[in-house]
Design a protein. Structure first.
Length: 233
C-alpha cells in the first residue's frame, strides 16, 4: 500500500484535470462552465456552494456517471469519455469510492453484507473479508457487524456507507454532502474517521458540502462559484 502511494506520487499524474469543461442536462441550461481545474493525487479538496449550483453534477462528471457536453476531463489520467459505458463502470468500481448524502444501504442486509456488496466477484490483491472486518473496526461499527442496516443510527449507517466506499482501497474518494443528515457529534466523528482512513491510504478526496465549518479538515477549499463561470440565478 505504502509502495503504491510512493509510485503514484512519483508518476506525477494529477488525480483530476479538466479543461474548458461545459455541462448541461439534455435540453437544459448550462450548469457548469469550468475553464480549468487540477486536483493532485492525495490532495484533500473541499468544494462548497449553495444548493442547486452544480456540486452533485460536478461529482457525477468526475465519476463518469455523466459525460461532459464539451471539454476535457481526465480522471487518474484517463479520459472517461473515451471509455465504453461498461469500461467506465469497471474503472469506477476499481478506482473510485463514492459516499452519498443518502447512504443507499440495503435495509434487509447485515452491515457486513452491505460493506461487501458487489465485491465477491471482484478481484483484489488482498483478502476482502479481512479488509471489511478491519474497516468495521476502524469506523467503530464492528459491534453491529451482523445487525441489519435498519437497526443502526444515522451516524452508524453513514460509517457503513464510508466502509463500503473504501473497501477496494480506491485512489479517489468522492463524498457528496455525506454529513448533511448527521448531528454535530456524528459529523465530527465521521470526519475524524474519514481523515484517519486518508492517513492510511492517502486517496485523493473530493468532498462537497454547503457546510463551510468542515473546510478545516482539508488541504484546499474551493467555492464552486469561483471556478464555475455559469452564474446561478
Ligand atoms: N437529472 C437532472 N436533470 C436535469 N436537471 C438536473 C438534474 N440534476 C440536477 N439538475 C439541475 O442542475 C442544477 C445543479 O444541480 P445539482 O448538481 O444537483 O446542484 P447541487 O448539488 O449543488 O445542489 C440544478 O439547476 C438542478 O435542477
Ligand atoms: Mg447536491
Amino acid at each position: 500500500m505504502g509502495d503504491d502511494w510512493r509510485k503514484r506520487k512519483r508518476s506525477k499524474m494529477s488525480a483530476i484535470q479538466l479543461n474548458h469543461l461545459k455541462f448541461h442536462y439534455t435540453q437544459g441550461p448550462l450548469v457548469l462552465d469550468i475553464p480549468e481545474l487540477k486536483i493532485e493525487q492525495s490532495e484533500k479538496v473541499f468544494i462548497h456552494g449553495p444548493s442547486g449550483t452544480g456540486k452533485s453534477t460536478f461529482l457525477n462528471l468526475v465519476s463518469g456517471i455523466l459525460s461532459p457536453s464539451q471539454g476535457d476531463l481526465l480522471v487518474l489520467n484517463q479520459n472517461l469519455a473515451n471509455l465504453s459505458a461498461g469500461a467506465r463502470d469497471q474503472f469506477r468500481g476499481k478506482n473510485i469510492g463514492y459516499i452519498f448524502q443518502s447512504f443507499n444501504l440495503i435495509p434487509y442486509l447485515t452491515i457486513k453484507d452491505n460493506i461487501l456488496l458487489g465485491q465477491h466477484f471482484r478481484k483484489s490483491d488482498f483478502n476482502i473479508e479481512h479488509r471489511a472486518d478491519q474497516l468495521a473496526k476502524d469506523l467503530n461499527i464492528s459491534a453491529h457487524y451482523n445487525k441489519k442496516a435498519t437497526q443502526l443510527s444515522l451516524g452508524q449507517q453513514q460509517r457503513v456507507a464510508c466502509a463500503r466506499a473504501l473497501i477496494q482501497k480506491p485512489q479517489l474518494v468522492i463524498a457528496d454532502e455525506p454529513t448533511s443528515s448527521l448531528d454535530d457529534k456524528n459529523t465530527i466523528e465521521f470526519m475524524n474517521l474519514l481523515i484517519k482512513e486518508w492517513e492510511e491510504l492517502k486517496f485523493t478526496l473530493v468532498f462537497v458540502s454547503h457546510d463551510l465549518t468542515l473546510a478545516r479538515y482539508f488541504d484546499r477549499t474551493i467555492a464552486l462559484e469561483e471556478i464555475n463561470k455559469v452564474v446561478s440565478i
